[in-house]
Design a protein around this ligand. Structure first.
Ligand SMILES: [Zn+2]
Length: 287
């Protein structure tokens, strides 16, 4: 009995010390880690092996959403399966899409087709909003304002300044590569590549879980030959064999738009990795 009390006391004090901030996807968690100190625990809801396009939440994940001291997500338009859980929450919640001035890129991207035709669906919104640095700076500002508990000293100014500096470096790193053609499977990269002035890629399939039809395949293969494409950026869910067949001369660079391959990195350092990947691929593409 006495040891039970001891355990409960320890649990209570652990709770008082550490707040749990839950982010729906890993890149949002990366921003949180950069802003908050050790007193705060940051958890990513979406598991590395879960399909981001057909999100089905486990009971454990539902519990996480309920118990989080703060929940940060993209918003109902792009994370519809999360919405009922968010609605039942008591604590503070921050949705990126609800922030004023959020950058919304158009895209005919088919992210979650089950919800596309629903009232909440927005078929023209490119859902990969976390790849916009402006959006993440906006998020940092909103977090500091609404949830200052546990924030590192000097935030969010330090982070926002670092982000601006990085963006300058990234422009420099990719200078001279803006005309190089490249191939993307479902093109999640628009928020990153458009800002950095890269060319629009050839896109294999707007649906991550479907390939191109046979006529589209032939058409694409000839475009790839005509434009002498030699750089393919491959996201983890993409069909690698299909890319190889379409573009035998391509150097294939795997990059994860969800940052699941770098779970511990700060958002800005992860973004460095993405830009390095693009640079290497496009340089190979330049021949
Ligand atoms: Zn996607």
């Amino acid at each position: 009995m006495r040891s039970l009390w001891l355990v409960m006391l320890m649990m209570l004090s652990a709770q008082a010390m550490s707040q749990t901030l839950v982010a729906s996807v890993e890149p949002l968690a990366k921003v949180l880690r950069g802003l908050y100190g050790d007193q705060v625990q940051v958890v990513t809801l979406l598991q590395a092996n879960q399909n981001p396009h057909q999100l089905a939440l486990s009971p454990r994940q539902a519990m996480l959403v309920q118990q989080a001291d703060l929940l940060v997500w993209l918003g109902e338009t792009v994370e519809a399966p999360l919405a009922p859980l968010v609605a039942r929450r008591q604590g503070p919640t921050l949705a990126l899409l609800e922030l004023e001035g959020v950058h919304r890129r158009e895209g005919d991207h088919d992210h979650d087709h089950e919800h596309h035709d629903s009232d909440h669906g927005d078929a023209t919104l490119d859902p990969h909003l976390w790849l916009s640095l402006d959006n993440m700076m906006l998020l940092a500002g909103a977090l500091a304002q609404r949830y200052p508990q546990g924030l590192n000293q000097g935030e969010p100014d330090r982070w926002q300044q670092a982000a601006t500096t990085r963006q300058g470096h990234h422009h420099q790193a990719l200078a001279g590569l803006s005309d190089i053609p490249w191939l993307s499977y479902h093109h999640p990269w628009g928020y990153l590549t458009e800002t950095l002035g890269l060319a629009e890629p050839l896109v294999v399939s707007r649906q991550l879980d479907a390939g191109p039809g046979s006529r589209r395949f032939v058409e694409l293969a000839s475009q790839i030959r005509d434009q002498q494409v030699r750089c393919a950026i491959r996201e983890p869910e993409a069909r690698a064999a299909l890319i190889t067949r379409l573009c035998p001369d391509c150097q294939i660079h795997p990059l994860d738009p969800l940052g699941r391959d770098y779970p511990e990195l700060d958002y800005l350092t992860w973004r460095d990795r993405l830009v390095e990947g693009f640079k290497a691929c496009l340089q190979a593409g330049a021949g």
